[in-house]
Design a protein around this ligand. Structure first.
Ligand SMILES: *Cc1c(COP(=O)(O)O)cnc(C)c1O
Length: 354
């Protein structure tokens, strides 16, 4: 694989973010799980999170949990298990999040077959409208079902917010989750080990001292990995400079800023528009839309203007730059959550662990 483009993953900074978040959570009796999906569960990143003091690694995909099975961690599957993957779920996940009776039955049957005790957390929907039952009675019925099935153990109640519907975790909705958990505990005469309130989007509430004390788990991905939480705002006591992208310059030429007689559509079927800045020094980097959405990356050198790109080329205006760029020079970029996700997923972007 070529050396560039490459995404630089600062493992020590991810560990530092994790330590800080484990610390603030601990003060509120919360043990966070580390969510690895943004980094496609590269074991290096999983280990960096474990080094920060986390015990449970969680991911949406069973194929990702498979990649970190050799690490010393409890594993949790975040996305509801698909019936077609039940045997791997029992094999590679210690805990899974669930909302369907049929899936619980399949997990139960497979767990008995593999001679395992699989733990389940039931998901309840508090209005964000992704997974989980929206009605208390349905979640109660599911909990009754769960405790009857052999091979699985009901260990918690959870909810997901601020993912689809933009519903913020609040003291009010978190209290509703706690109340439902208490109802399950009373009715079934069990103790739930986990009340899993929110993702990184719940950290504001915790930091403001407004998270109900019964909430004892948060599932943290973006905050550990990129230092961001609700609305992608920075989380206090975390660093945001955990990932950068490096691309290499393959051409530098002086050219006009407006194409000669532009009448056709660009490679993506859009009518291109141009700002006339006159004759400018331009650079082409060997990276393009097949690697990352170029509107989601920002040059660290603020004198660079990103003027466009195609599948495999990124065109920069470097006319204002003080730095003496030449062929072979490297250009560094800051990344949004979406850009990190794409770069981590792309086979064309080399992964450089720092
Ligand atoms: C992705 C995910 C998380 C982590 O969200 P972040 O915003 O990255 O902290 C938590 N819970 C579930 C169910 C998820 O799918």
């Amino acid at each position: 694989m070529s050396t560039y483009p490459c995404i630089n993953i600062h493992l020590d900074k991810i560990t530092e973010n994790t330590q800080n978040m484990v610390g603030v959570c601990k003060a509120c009796n919360v043990s966070p799980t580390g969510v690895t999906k943004l980094a496609c569960a590269y074991p290096e990143v999983g280990q960096a999170i474990l080094n920060g003091g986390i015990k449970i690694l969680s991911d949406s995909r069973i194929s990702n949990l498979k990649k970190i099975r050799h690490l010393d961690a409890v594993t949790m599957l975040l996305r509801l298990p698909a019936l077609s993957e039940i045997s791997d779920v029992i094999k590679y996940a210690d805990i899974s999040l669930n909302s369907e009776a049929k899936t619980l039955e399949a997990l139960s049957e497979e767990a008995v077959k593999q001679d395992k005790l699989h733990k389940v957390i039931l998901m309840h929907d508090l209005g964000d409208l992704r997974e989980g039952s929206f009605y208390d009675e349905e979640t109660l019925a599911l909990s009754r079902k769960a405790i009857e099935l052999p091979g699985i153990e009901l260990v918690g109640l959870g909810t997901n917010l601020a993912c689809y519907g933009g519903v913020e975790p609040t003291a009010e909705n978190q209290t509703r989750l706690v109340d439902l958990a208490k109802q399950i505990e009373t009715e079934l005469d069990i103790k739930l080990q986990y009340i899993s309130g929110a993702s990184s989007a719940g950290l504001n509430l915790l930091l403001d001292g407004e998270l109900p004390k019964e909430i004892n788990q948060l599932r943290l991905g973006a905050s550990l990995m990129m230092g961001i939480g609700l609305n992608d705002d920075p989380v206090p006591d975390t660093r945001q400079d955990t990932f950068t992208l490096t691309a290499e310059i393959i051409e530098i030429k002086i050219k006009p800023s407006v194409p000669v007689n532009s009448t056709a559509l660009d490679a993506f079927g859009n009518k291109p528009e141009f700002i006339d800045r006159g004759l400018r020094k331009r650079a082409i980097c060997a990276i393009g839309k097949q690697d990352v959405d170029i509107s989601e990356i920002t040059p660290v050198d603020k004198d660079i203007i990103v003027i466009g790109g195609s599948s495999d080329h990124l065109i920069l205006d470097i006319d204002y730059c003080k730095k003496p760029y030449e062929i072979g020079s490297l250009v560094e970029f800051e990344l949004t959550y979406g850009a990190v996700l794409q770069c981590m997923t792309s086979e064309y972007v080399c992964k450089h662990f720092v």
